[in-house]
Structure formats: structure tokens, C-alpha cells
Write a protein that binds this ligand. Structure first.
Ligand code: HEC
Length: 395
């Protein structure tokens, strides 16, 4: 067995190596390095081998990044390297995938278990070049949850004599952690109505270079899970890198009003849409996603030509006290209402039906809603059948 192995080593050593070494000599623990064939002692020269992640300190799942290998050695006149990426905790597990950034100076050698080794080729050995040599390669990071990645490299600061003697061999490694993934941010869509002539939809955009998943949690006005036809009580929407997503709940069955807790990964945005069909006419409006940290909302309203419908969602699980204050154009208070709202419950209806705000129809002014806990508020302006959302001007 030993004989066969050394005989095999001998034949591989005799093969021309100028065009890049064999796989498996990047200095990974348990694997070999260049001293398998090259004379000399690892890291005994005066030079230095370095691995860098270009413009990044951490890796981001699925993202293509640049890795730079730099070998400096004052005595060297020819250069070589080999680089690979593994799990930091388990060096036999491959991490991510390599691609060439410049195939005129680098090549990829595939080893066992499809492990990839990026290395110099003949032109990349840069015969005659002094001081240092740099190679860059592209690396696509693994999926989220992989854990820290270690890059291993071995380098040869060679004398350029076309043999495997008189060279300086270096090894190094670089361990890179995954970028901390932020927990998804909760938003709320306070108008979500279907059946009885109504239709609702949600549009989502993923501007990121990586795939993302949005989670929609449907609730009734009573705070209980709402079973949405075709979606269930919770729906995950997968968004491709730079992709978009869509969910619709067509009209059908009895009128159902609810709200949606929308959990979005960093960067993902979107909005809701509600539509009402009245005979052959269709009225629709966009409903923005509201952040869930606000305890107050201020909106202008005009009840001279339209009526105002409010929808307030208590995002917390504790009961809150809502205080509505309506003022006219002169800033004079024309009504106040104080209403308790249980955890995760939603309140929806014409503003003037709230006890204390009966005097607002026929007036122009603004409405402030404040609460003792986080709420989401949206107002609809309804003119006959036409509807539009009123923007929250202050939170
Ligand atoms: C399997 C044996 C073997 C391994 C392993 C090996 N080499 Fe070599 N290498 C050679 C041989 C043999 C030569 C002499 C030239 C030839 O035969 O092509 C050589 C030559 C070179 C040269 C040119 C030397 C000069 O002075 O002109 C460079 C650069 C080089 N190797 C880089 C590397 C690097 C970097 C590694 C490790 C990542 C490595 N080699 C691993 C066998 C090997």
C-alpha cells in the first residue's frame, strides 16, 4: 500500500506542473501542500502569503464576492498559489463555489467530493515578476446558516528555474463569518377585505441579490387567525433575487374584513391593494404597509365632499386605549373619542360613528389617533363608491 502510494506520488511529481499544481495541495488540514513536491520548509522564507475578501469583512448568503490572494517574497522570480474554501468547523466540507475572475492567469482544478481548487496557470506564474504577485477569483457564498468559512491557500515564491527546487512555500488561512442576518421587520396592512364585492392583493419587491421569504399572518378584526381562501392563516411568499411576489384573494363568499401582519426580510418592500366591484365598475386603492412601532398617526380629512373610514390595528397583544382627536381648519377641537382595543384586534368603520366624533361630517380638518401601545392606522376616503387611501402625515 505504502509502495503504491509513493510510486503514484513519484509519477505525479514528474508531470509538468508549471501550468498549475494538482488538486488538494492548498494546505487544508488533513490534505497536502506544495511541499509534497517542492523542497523547503513551510513558511520559512522572508515572504508572506495573504488571503483577503475584497471590500467585505463577512460573507453574505448566496452573494458573489471577490477573493484576493497576494504572495510577497523579495527573492522570488516566479509565482504560484492554490486556494480553496471550507467550513471552518469541518474542513472536509466545501464552502460555496468558485468561478474565475481572469482565466488568462488562473484555472480551477476539481478534487474529490467536487472540492474546487483555484490556482495559477502558466501565464499566472508570471515568470520574471519581482516582489509580489496577486490573483483574484470569484466566490459565491453558501446559503444562510452554513456558519463560518475558512479559505486555505498555499503559495510558492519560486526562483524561476523551472524545477521544484529552491522555492519558498507558504501557507495561510482566513476565516470569515457570515454577515449577521437581521430578523425580519414586522409591518402591518390594516385593510384586508375580501368577499361581498371586495378583493385584496399584496405586492412585494425583493431588491436584494439574494432570495428572500416574506411571511404573511392573517388575522380577523377579533385578533384571531383568519383563514384566507387559497392561503390559509399564514402564507410564506418566496422571492427570487431581484424578484417580486404577489398574493391575491379574489372576491367570493361573504364580506370578510381583517388585517395582515407582514414580516419582511431587510430591504424587501411592498404594498397592499383593495378593490371593490360595483356592478361593472371597479374601484381600487393602494394600502401602504405601516411600520409597527408607531403609537400615533396624524391624517388630514375632508368630510365636506367625502366620508372618512378609519382602520386601526392594535399590533401588541395587550389591550390599548385609543384616543381620537378631530380638529377643524382653525385648529379648534371638534370631537374626541376614547375607545379600548384588545390585543391584535382591529377597529374599522366611518370615523363619525365613533362616540364623540358625530360632529365631524361636513367639516375639514385633521384627525390624530394616539394609543398606549403600538398601533397601525389607515384612513380611507370614500366618495360614493370611489375609494382612496389617505396618507398618514405624521407618526
Ligand atoms: C505533484 C507535485 C507538485 C506539487 C504538489 C506542486 N508542484 Fe509546483 N512544480 C512541480 C514540478 C515538478 C515543477 C517543475 C516544473 C515542471 O515540471 O513543470 C513545479 C514547478 C512549479 C513552479 C515553477 C518553479 C520555478 O522555479 O520555475 C511554480 C510557481 C509552482 N510549481 C507552484 C506550485 C504551487 C503554488 C504548489 C502548491 C499550491 C505546487 N507548485 C505544488 C510539482 C509540483
Amino acid at each position: 500500500m505504502k509502495l503504491a502510494l509513493s510510486a503514484m506520488l513519484l509519477t505525479t511529481c514528474l508531470m509538468a506542473k508549471i501550468n498549475g499544481p494538482v488538486a488538494g495541495v492548498a494546505g487544508v488540514p488533513g490534505e497536502a501542500d506544495c511541499t509534497d513536491c517542492h523542497s523547503g520548509t513551510i513558511n520559512s522564507g522572508t515572504g508572506k502569503l495573504q488571503i483577503q475578501l475584497v471590500d467585505a469583512a463577512t460573507w453574505t448568503p448566496g452573494q458573489q464576492m471577490r477573493v484576493r490572494v497576494t504572495l510577497a517574497d523579495p527573492a522570488a522570480r516566479r509565482w504560484g498559489f492554490q486556494l480553496t474554501a471550507r467550513s471552518a468547523t469541518s474542513p472536509t466540507a466545501n464552502a460555496g463555489t468558485f468561478a474565475l475572475a481572469d482565466d488568462s492567469v488562473t484555472r480551477i482544478e476539481t478534487g474529490m467530493d467536487n472540492s474546487q481548487y483555484v490556482e495559477h496557470n502558466s501565464a499566472g506564474s508570471r515568470l520574471g515578476q519581482k516582489d509580489s504577485s496577486t490573483w483574484e477569483v470569484l466566490w459565491t457564498a453558501p446559503a444562510a446558516g452554513f456558519g463560518p468559512v475558512t479559505f486555505y491557500a498555499a503559495g510558492n515564491g519560486a526562483n524561476g528555474d523551472n524545477t521544484n527546487d529552491g522555492d519558498q512555500i507558504y501557507t495561510t488561512s482566513l476565516t470569515v463569518n457570515a454577515a449577521e442576518s437581521k430578523p425580519p421587520t414586522s409591518f402591518s396592512l390594516s385593510q384586508f377585505t375580501f368577499g361581498g364585492g371586495w378583493y385584496s392583493a399584496i405586492y412585494l419587491l425583493n431588491p436584494n441579490d439574494t432570495a428572500a421569504t416574506a411571511t404573511l399572518i392573517f388575522r380577523g378584526a377579533d385578533g384571531q387567525p383568519l383563514d384566507v381562501p387559497g392561503a390559509g392563516t399564514t402564507k410564506e411568499i418566496s422571492l427570487a433575487p431581484k424578484g417580486s411576489g404577489f398574493l391575491e384573494v379574489p372576491d367570493g363568499g361573504p364580506l370578510t374584513r381583517g388585517w395582515v401582519e407582514v414580516q419582511l426580510p431587510d430591504g424587501v418592500t411592498g404594498y397592499g391593494l383593495i378593490r371593490q366591484a360595483v356592478e361593472s365598475r371597479i374601484y381600487e386603492t393602494i394600502v401602504p404597509l405601516a411600520t409597527t412601532s408607531s403609537k400615533e398617526a396624524v391624517m388630514l380629512m375632508d368630510q365636506t365632499t367625502a366620508s372618512t373610514l378609519a382602520s386601526v390595528v392594535n399590533l401588541g397583544s395587550e389591550e390599548v386605549l385609543l384616543t381620537f382627536t378631530a380638529r377643524d381648519q382653525d385648529g379648534v377641537t371638534i370631537g374626541t373619542a376614547t375607545v379600548p382595543l384588545a390585543g391584535k384586534n382591529a377597529l374599522a368603520g366611518p370615523v363619525n360613528l365613533l362616540p364623540g366624533l358625530e360632529g365631524t361630517p361636513g367639516k375639514r380638518g385633521w384627525l390624530a389617533v394616539s394609543a398606549t401601545g403600538p398601533i397601525s392606522v389607515s384612513l380611507l376616503r370614500v366618495n360614493g363608491e370611489a375609494i382612496t387611501t389617505l396618507p398618514v402625515l405624521q407618526k
